[in-house]
Design a protein around this ligand. Sequence first.
Ligand code: UGA
Length: 429
Amino acid sequence: MIIAIAGAGYVGLATAAVLADKGHTIRCMDTDSAKIEKLNLGLCPVHESGLQTLLQKNKERINFTSDGRTAYNGAEVVFICVQTPEREDGSVTLAYVYSACAEIAGSLERDAVIAIKSTVPVGTGDAVSEYMRRSDIRIDVVSNPEFLSQGSAIHDILHAARIVIGAAEERAAAAVKSIFESIPCIITDRRSAEMIKYAANGFLALKLSYINEVANLCEAVDADIDSVMRGIGSDPRIGAEYLKPGIGFGGSCLPKDTRALSRMADSGEFKMVCAALEVNREQGSLLLRKAFKYYDSLNGLVVALLGLAFKPGTDSTENAQSVHIAAALLENGAKLKIWDPLAKDSFISRVSGEVILCNTIQQAILYVDLCFICTEWEEIKNLNLEEFLVMKTPIIIDGRNCFNPADVNGLPLIYDSVGRRTVNNLYEV
Ligand code: UGA
């Protein structure tokens, strides 16, 4: 099938690579010509595990272009994968979706299906369908929300639990379904499909804020979140997935989509989702609150920040808790030494103040007063806790539970994590 993709971000590119690998002919369009130039040179502009290799393998079947007509004319299905950025008031701007639609409408010369993968407010598919109405050719519009996670997009497409297709016409739903072959498919009306995407991300946010609040409670009542997680996660109604406590969720999707969902309610406030966002905001200051257990003031202290990306496997610091934590530390007069394998540049563009960039974890923790862990990178999890003894005062405040407290094993350090008993072999607090 000839398939066009509007938007060469991680969703568009991962979709392009996987569908090309299945043998389809792909035309991938992005208005950013520098990005297209890079892609045509065989370079992948986003960090996504396995993506570069899969694009390279299928380069004969993918045409990257900034020219709408070249991309869309003759395509049987066009996937819209452009971003839908958030406005300051939490609403979503559809400027990129509509400009892609205008170009698609102006380029198509024969019947086609437009599948909207971008996360869009309920009713957008209906509006696009109305806009695409033409007398000469038939353009059907379906909602096909994506459930990919950044960093594991290729894996998530290949092993998707389901695909959702919201369509008004059976023919259009069948065309999109045939592309995804064996993946279980849920077919609904367009509006419900759009809602599924928001409801899914909203639910995931609730789950995270819930477990984070339980973790905080565990600390207060001297219980252990790892045991509690095992105990509740084994109930299939709850499930053990997506239940890791920490400093809260970030990224380009969960925070944005939950804010948009909360705005959708008639009252302007979806109470549970608002509560999840509020808990998430507070969870961002957990490490700082913990630091004050050990120091009366942070002024003049040198703090190592290990892990800056909003999650491992990406170079993104969008809505990352590390950014808020860094700002608070700097405001309190601390100096920062930072380490991350991928996200240093992105982090630096969001933070201003005295920050020392380190190429190794060892360099970052050397002779510091405090170490905060914000992302559970394998490089951190693989450290031996003894390596932290090069700190001036070995106090590790771990926002991602990278280590087993039992491994502290008499070492002269403090290991303070989320929802678990603090191991303090240093001094009375
Ligand atoms: C999320 C959803 O998981 C995807 O299903 C969805 O398609 C995507 O948004 C989207 O709307 O495009 P993503 O934001 O890439 O994916 O990453 P997640 O793996 O969901 O992580 C989000 C945040 O939650 C991260 O900060 C992560 O550290 C945190 N998290 C995740 C936890 O604190 N605990 C967990 O158990 C899982």
